[in-house]
Design a protein around this ligand. Structure first.
Ligand code: HEC
Length: 402
């Protein structure tokens, strides 16, 4: 019952998180696009540019002011709650998924760090991350956007490597994402909003706005724009065990981040020039290379390096032997009626009730439990390497039923 309610709570929070996240990133993409597509050849001296668009059966005429209209409009729309609600729902999601059951979801199996300490470090890192980033942006590096970006990437890679030493791959990735998300929302709350309030306040009081503030705001909103694609990958990363479950998971994350930031750069600049067009085929190539270097080695029946232990003990693994391992280590969760308290229904819909079931899921078993140790979750059932080898051998021998 409790597990069932928790699942629905999880569902509600995740749903909200994705909705408000779409609203936030969608608005961010839209305004960058708007800025890049403004027609700057306007007669009206007050305007920086204008743009005509058609959408949903209506024609829109948008105008951007150099500073502000002579009288401020009664309703000026601010875009901030998309950002704040993304962060709040994100922290709730992090808590429901990773902190309520930290021993299973957060901590790497066999880690010497306690789950409480893991939660403390994980949650604390959101704030430390913001402080480090904010200091970087205020340091002399702020005059060198490329160097600043590289310093930030270095910092996040260090954090990602650090997390991967004691957290599960999924949790490590998600925490890097949460740190980036916190930087982005911090930019909105601490830098962009105050700059906008200063601007509007100055216009209403007919004084000159502080010129440094919008400049800072622009820098931070650029950062947010570049950070969106890596964050979106991290949000969906838990579907991809070959990334977070790989022993070099932190390098894979770095690779994907560099690729996605470069792609963002192409889209940000393509209105002025196509000089970064090469990024697109480059990105495809980079993904192919990453797919290639992360390919799990499929052991043959005689491959002693991967399944050496198993071959020393048994040369031929029967389906019953393989099923016995799965029944011991997986069935508490992956059954039509799980006995594990945390699950009301089989996680990911994966059920191992019979030998036929494990044959059908052999690829999943191979990825999750043989070439990586993602499953059993948190190795809560204490699966040994010998048992993983045995499953690997059964699969490499063709996963035969008899
Ligand atoms: C403590 C509970 C638990 C145990 C024990 C467990 N799993 Fe899982 N398993 C999960 C959860 C939770 C998920 C869903 C993960 C997610 O959200 O993507 C999952 C997902 C899976 C998936 C699907 C992954 C995907 O991305 O589609 C496979 C395959 C799998 N487990 C195999 C195994 C095998 C094999 C074992 C035993 C060696 C095992 N599991 C033991 C909880 C468990």
């Amino acid at each position: 019952m409790e597990a069932h309610l928790l699942e629905w709570l999880h569902l509600a929070i995740r749903w909200v998180h994705v909705i408000v996240g779409i609203a936030w990133i969608g608005a961010s993409f839209y305004f960058v696009w708007l800025e890049n597509n403004l027609d700057r050849q306007v007669k009206n001296q007050e305007l920086a540019g204008e743009l005509w668009a058609i959408h949903g059966g209506g024609i829109y005429h948008l105008q951007k002011y150099k500073l502000a209209p002579a009288t401020m409009p009664k309703h000026l729309h601010w875009f901030k709650w998309e950002a704040y609600s993304s962060w709040i729902s994100g922290v709730l999601l992090l808590s429901v998924v990773y902190y309520l059951n930290a021993a299973t979801y957060l901590m790497m199996p066999g880690s010497s760090v306690s789950p409480e300490m893991g939660v403390f470090i994980g949650f604390g890192s959101l704030f430390v991350g913001w402080i480090v980033y904010d200091l970087l942006c205020k340091s002399p590096l702020r005059h060198q956007p490329l160097l600043l970006g590289m310093a930030l990437m270095l910092f996040l890679t260090f954090v990602s490597w650090g997390f991967s030493q004691f957290m599960t791959g999924r949790a490590a990735y998600l925490h890097v994402g949460a740190i980036i998300g916190t930087m982005m929302v911090g930019n909105v709350f601490f830098v962009i909003m105050p700059a906008q309030r200063n601007l509007v306040g100055a216009i209403e009081a007919s004084t000159t706005p502080d010129p440094a503030l919008p400049k800072n705001g622009l820098l931070r909103s650029r950062h947010n724009n570049y950070l969106t694609l890596p964050v979106i990958f991290i949000m969906i990363s838990s579907h991809f065990p070959s990334t977070y479950g790989h022993e070099w998971n932190w390098i894979i994350l770095l690779g994907l981040s560099i690729v996605s930031v470069a792609v963002r750069h192409y889209f940000n600049t393509r209105h002025n020039s196509q000089q970064f067009l090469w990024v697109l085929p480059g990105a495809v190539l980079a993904l192919l290379v990453m797919a290639y270097v992360t390919v799990p080695s499929i052991p043959s029946a005689n491959d002693k390096s991967v399944i050496g232990n198993a071959t020393q003990k048994v040369s031929n693994v029967t389906a019953d032997q393989a099923f016995a391992v799965v029944a011991t280590h997986c069935a508490a969760c992956h059954a039509t009626a799980p006995t594990h308290a945390a699950f009301a229904t089989a996680p990911a819909g994966v059920i191992f009730d019979s030998v036929k079931d494990i044959q059908r899921h052999k690829d999943g078993i191979y990825l999750q439990s043989v070439v990586s140790n993602i499953m059993p979750l948190g190795n809560s059932t204490g699966m040994t390497q010998d048992e993983r080898d045995l499953l690997g051998l059964w699969i490499s021998q063709g996963a035969k039923l008899k």
